[in-house]
Design a protein around this ligand. Sequence first.
Ligand code: KIV
Ligand code: ZN
Length: 518
Amino acid sequence: MQGVNTAMPRQIIIFDTTLRDGEQCPGASMNREEKLAMARQLARLKVDVIEAGFPAASPDDFSGVQDIARQVRGPAIAALCRAIPTDIDRAAEAIAPAERGRIHTFIATSPIHMQHKLRMTPEQVLEAAVAAVKQARKYTSDVEFSAEDAVRSDMDFLCRVVEAVIHAGATTVNIPDTVGYAVPEEFGRRIAQLRSRVPNVDRAVISVHCHNDLGLAVANSLAAVAAGAGQVECTVNGIGERAGNASLEEVVMALKTRHDLFDTTTGVDSTEIIRASRLLTSITGMVVQPNKAIVGANAFSHESGIHQDGLLKNKATYEIMTPESVGLTEHTLVLGKHSGRHAFKSKLEELGYALTEEELGRAFLRFKKLADQKKEVFEEDLDAIVADETQRTADTFVLEKMQASSGTDQIPQAQVTLLVRGEKHTGQAEGDGPVDATYRAIAALSGTRSELTAYIVQAISGGTDAQGIVTVKISDNGRTFTGQGADPDIVVASARAYVNALNKADHWQRQRSRMKGP
Ligand code: KIV
Ligand code: ZN
């Protein structure tokens, strides 16, 4: 076909580091079950690579990566390690069960990092980088090397390092803007220069990993794609060290919406974006700002009369992408009070959930109760129930019953019945409000010494009968645990969230003492 461009668009590899760089930031730590739930959602989102953690950092990190390598199929599973032999061995062991495992090794290449942090000469760094890649290649053919602080590295030295690691067997070479210092034009130029100056560059994928200190992480990543980068590292909701990493949803939707400009595709199923974003929020309690691009509550709402009028006439007047394309369904009514277990199970399967029989049983009971309370049950209600019921650890505390009262002329009171290791305990307390009274009663019954550090309420699916999702954070022995609960009654949702956090803290303590032995 003369004059018609039939070349296939370039497919950009989406490397998700929510569970590693994202998890590293304050408030985002996740337990094993939560990491696994998030990894499963990333697989549904169809990212190409999941960076599951940093196995040498701690036994918990190691097991988190190993669990994901064992249980999550689809994306390649990557483990991060310093360019240190013991770290690389640990990473290799953690990813061994994966269908496709990647070792991601790194060392800093900027003068400031080499001199002050590593106390190594550039030649020593070069040697360590090459040795690390060679060692990693003994375990897997998929090896990524990162030149930490590449943006502040000397260009001639960076070119030498990139050439040497590719020669040693690196299949992906990552150019991180570790401190979020770059601006788009300059960063794009750096990628273009690497591509023109490094003789063997075609034998590896050039990747970028941008931090958001100047609010430019996504813009820098896109400039790099335009300059020929083949992989973008990013996180859901843009979480990560300090101001975060490039946000996955923004990168993916920019490439998709401005396909005319970039002529690239990704393998990501963008209709899973909202679910991934909400799951991460529910796990970590890190709520996205309402005006956050793509996943913020206002990202697709139009307030101005002129805009609404335009939209009614033609959606394209003010809409550059549809809400449906990111998985924002207009409160899709899914099931009613007469729906049976079979319909419930099929709907969950259609939404991409695979629950165990036990989880399904619990979720179905919750659904029935909700359907009785609420006329209509929407997809987002099911998401909340599933998140609630599948992130449960083996529960020590079970909220059996609770009742709270409050009013203008009344001291708020709560009565709670809690099963503690199967044994029924009932107690009551007064507080500043019904939630405070409930929490005091639960704290006394569970004997916890933890401190409540965050309490967040969100409504899902609109209307006064909407479910409330409560997220709490508690600090126990210096560690933070996040709990979540959903219910149309926000005091009940609050109680569920608190009990969920207490169970996680208790589960962690029990795991710790099992690891230490008798
Ligand atoms: O920001 C950074 O440089 C990193 C590397 C380890 C890839 O996170
Ligand atoms: Zn980083």
